[in-house]
Design a protein around this ligand. Sequence first.
Ligand code: ADP
Length: 502
Amino acid sequence: MNGSKLKIALVSSEAVPYAKAGGLGDVLGALPKVLEQHDCEVMLFMPKYSSIPEDAHKIKINWRIDDLSVPVGEKHFEVHLYQTTLPGTQTKVNFVYCAHAFDNRWIYTNDPDENQRFIIFNRAVLKIMKRMKWKPDVIHVNDWPTGLIPLYLKTFYKDDPFFASTGTVFTIHNIGYPGKFHPDTVYLAGLDQTKFFPGGPYEFWGMFSFMKTGLLFSDIITTVSETYAEEILTPEYGAGFDGILNSRKEDLVGILNGVDYEIWSPEKDEFLVQTYSSKRLAGKAKNKEFLQERVHLPVKADVPLIGMISRMVDQKGFDLIEAILPQLMQMDIQLVVLGSGLPKYENLFRDLHQAYPEKVCVHIGYDNQLSHQIEAGSDLFLMPSLYEPCGLNQIYSLRYGTVPVVRKTGGLADTIVDWGQSLLEGRKNGNGFVFTNPHPEALLDAVHRAVLVYHNKKEWAQIVKNGMKADFSWEKSAGKYLQVYKKAISRRTEKPLKPEGI
Ligand code: ADP
């Protein structure tokens, strides 16, 4: 380590407030603040998508590090560095800008050059660190878009003294996105093509996977909840990586994501029509009324309003919801859904709204303000995920007094305690409703139970109170990350960089 502060480079394709597609953005926006409080010097590296407004975020080009050329196969792309400071922190945000890769495109695309976009990003990040002469103790990379960095350190930079004592941590936010591309990627990424063979370090079911290189070549692997860390060791949840993960079991750590309560607290949420707390719950009723008006549902105080905010993909359990819709529509409930994703699910909810305009409202798209208003205005929050690495919305829901109905998997299992079960155990510490089997009947049963208890004011008040007082702030998780960073650094000093299997 150089000096007293630990130098941590956080590398990601998303970070709030600049670019967010899901929980990854929330986590990377919050982590710098937390690490600084633990005496770390943090730098954040992310792509500069052209839709990130420069003026609003005070982003400026750094002319001194301007003429970077990044190779992709035989081509070279010009990369520029833009910088700003993350609000409320000392963290310098380093935006990698490449017109070819990031202009007129948002975070993820299905374009044929998606692999090239992130090859450019991964290569540029390491070049920029060297140009800046900023030598990190740990490079903490996140999910497939950053999965080449640990590999590059063990290939291109294996004899470079600059990175000789830099440890790497790779965090899996979702193993279901392998970053899998055509084998040509090996060539485009500048790697040794003879190393692409079945079972070799670069091959993943006949393709090249950025996730695989991240998993194989990082010093330590973390994921975002303890239960998910166990689940991904099984074929059912490992998405084809369970073999690799079992081989690296000793280096795999589950650390639950924290919540940034500066952003997600009903006491100070600027998007709410009225702020509230567990002691001033009347404000929550106002938010329900406001939400019902805003989404054109009948204003009814006593009808349970069920909220959902989600990427509309199979992972989130939409097929389970689809299967119970006939029964759900027979119940005296309202449903407000915010999200976008697979057309089949978008259309499902559009059709449902057409058929039941008095019961269902759907907003297809991304809307940060509405997401806060749904958290505040709903009574129940539905998250029947087939798998869920951590999940943030159920944790936000707890703080907003909105009772989660979840499947017992990953981070949902680690944060939500079933009310009925807690009664059976005489603990009354339940904060939601949990079902286990990924079957429609199990989901329906959980919704039925929740709606039944909703009408029992005393029990409901207890569940809401249990949820609102729970504390999932970053404090606990920060200490665990620090331990992991120290372990990654000790790997570097114990065993110098050596290429493994390459
Ligand atoms: P995932 O990362 O798998 O999408 P998480 O629960 O970890 O799921 O995080 C999702 C984050 O993205 C939450 O902050 C949620 O509020 C937000 N989000 C998801 N969809 C939308 C949307 N359509 N509009 C606004 N925010 C959204």
